[in-house]
Write a protein that binds this ligand. Structure first.
Ligand code: TNX
Length: 527
């Protein structure tokens, strides 16, 4: 099947762009008589669809499960014969009589519903009833993702992102077929996850003080205001369940052995210095490291156990980034350990440190994921690498037959400026316009096809040092996260920035109706 030559943007503005779509003549008209028919397996997806359409329609379409309908129907169902479309692929066929969504697995049916919402007139995203005819163009779509990891990282540590906002974002990410939500939950500036066994982690570690920063670089250093907040385990379970219903896996990150200052502020005995310190009130890289002792490993295993209990994710992220090793270097005790283990240096000690936890995770059937610094001193067995300092770490890891998620700062760091407009709100630095994100190819040319199979996919990261509000968070995410979703979903030969732009211009009305803040695409013309 090939793309129709005369695709009309206002009619077929689906993001990410489907692998193949053919427009045929006619429309299916959605009315009060239309029922959503499902099989047992897709009933919950049918209900989600009904509830998504209801506000604009002004009525909730009926969901019929396991029955035939005499009425015109939107039919959802599993079809094992579509196995060749993979875990997430689907077909969506619209004729004047019927809308048919089929996939071999439930995820595919869910993605078909997200496509269907975008086939309807954009007003379907309205939160209040709109009286109009709801025509769905007759099409034949066959679609499946290029990559199995289509991710977005949010940094709740630097600025806490309230649960309600996370739930709202999950809906928006799912609309774009993103399936991995990586939550950065611990850092020097805050510990955001309730751990029952160690209550001070949040009692102390979740709050940082106001600081008077008395020099010229104030805005670059810290916004000066007191800040705090954390997720209870109950809230995290709600987030995980809400995401799972929308086929998103929540990947938790516990950052170590560096970025540990908030934990050490809560329990100074965890640190190399064994001395009190406050939760960091400035951005940047701090020197506080976990002490590589059995007591600390016990603490980390306890914390990981509670994390695994909350998050069913097959991947657990253990950080590994930016650990300056000065404190390990200066500690006689740590140096004695390096000697005893027969290691060369602190990098090898970090590798050993992470391997201890990797083994623990493996025993619990989880996979360790870490930033590309985990390559230094030897990649722990079985570890998956998130390549952030460009793509080099990812290339090295894939060549060593380790799995990789590509998140290079050069293409997908959404904390960077999205334009040169002097009015652009303060950001950490860098320059990452929309077309640069769109131009990213997660498969480096250096890799053989065999090695390239280790590239699980791509992810955009939004670090939140300079993102204090949810409105601003959305502004930094959109539309760049949508570009990432297309890079990670759509076949490479179907990626065309001008076409993407055209669809995005239509899509903005949907985002606006969902009350999602974004940088308007028309601003690209002024650049
Ligand atoms: C580096 S990316 C970090 C983060 C910062 C980010 C700012 C990574 C693994 N570590 O701690 O927030 O730069 O761009």
């Amino acid at each position: 099947m090939h793309a129709h030559a005369s695709l009309n943007h206002s009619e077929l503005s689906i993001l990410p762009r489907p692998a193949s779509i053919a427009r045929v003549e006619g429309y299916f008209q959605l009315t009060r008589d239309t029922v959503i028919v499902t099989d047992q397996e897709t009933q919950a997806i049918g209900t989600l669809l009904a509830n998504a359409l209801a506000p604009a329609l002004g009525f909730v379409p009926r969901v019929l499960t396991g029955e035939q309908s005499p009425l015109p129907a939107i039919s959802l169902g599993i079809d094992p014969q579509l196995a060749q479309l993979g875990q997430e692929g689907y077909t969506l066929t619209v004729t004047a009589e019927q809308v048919t969504l089929r996939a071999a697995h439930r995820a595919g049916v869910f993605y078909a519903t997200q496509t269907l919402r975008q086939l309807l007139p954009v007003e379907i995203f309205s939160s209040t009833p709109v009286s109009q005819t709801w025509n769905i163009p007759a099409v034949s779509i066959e679609d499946a993702p290029r990559f199995s990891w289509r991710g977005c990282m949010l940094d709740s540590a630097r600025h806490f992102i309230p649960t309600q906002e996370v739930l709202k974002l999950i809906d928006v990410l799912a609309l774009h077929k993103i399936n991995m939500l990586h939550l950065h939950l611990t850092d020097d500036q805050g510990w955001r996850i309730e751990i029952k066994k160690y209550p001070r982690l949040t009692e102390v570690g979740a709050y940082r003080k106001e600081t008077v920063v008395g020099h010229a670089h104030k805005s670059q250093e810290y916004d000066g205001t007191a800040h705090g907040g954390f997720y209870s385990q109950e809230e995290l379970r709600e987030i995980v369940a809400y995401a799972a219903a929308r086929f998103i896996t929540v990947v938790p990150e516990l950052d170590l052995p560096g970025h540990a200052q908030a934990a050490i502020a809560a329990y100074p005995e965890l640190g190399v210095l064994q001395a009190p310190v406050e939760v960091s009130t400035t951005w940047g890289i701090n020197p506080y490291l976990f002490n590589p002792t059995e007591e600390v490993f016990q603490f980390l295993r306890d914390v990981l156990s509670e994390i695994m209990d909350i998050f069913p994710s097959p991947f657990i992220h253990i950080g590994g980034d930016e650990a300056i090793k000065d404190q390990w270097q200066a500690s006689q005790q740590v140096q004695a350990l390096i000697k005893k283990l027969g290691l060369k240096d602190e990098d090898e000690l970090q590798s050993w440190f992470l391997s201890q936890l990797g083994t623990f995770l493996t025993q619990h059937n989880r996979r360790m994921l870490g930033w590309d610094e985990i390559l230094e001193g030897g990649l722990p067995a079985g570890a998956t690498v998130m390549s952030w300092r460009g793509i080099e770490g990812g290339i090295a890891a894939a060549q060593a037959q380790h799995d990789v998620v590509m998140t290079p700062n050069t293409f997908v760091y959404l904390d960077y400026y999205q334009s040169n407009d002097p009015e652009e709100p303060l950001a950490i630095g860098g320059y990452l316009p929309l077309d640069k994100v769109y131009s990213f190819d997660p498969i480096p040319a250096e890799l053989t096809p065999e090695q390239a199979r280790h590239i699980l996919g791509a992810q955009c990261n939004l670090w939140c040092e300079y993102v204090p509000t949810t409105k601003h968070l959305e502004y930094m995410l959109f539309p760049r996260a949508i570009a990432l979703s297309e890079v990670a979903w759509t076949p490479k030969e179907r990626l065309e920035f001008s076409d993407f732009r055209g669809r995005l211009a239509v899509h903005e009305a949907r985002l606006a109706s969902l009350d999602v803040n974004f940088r308007p695409v028309e601003k690209l013309d002024q650049e």
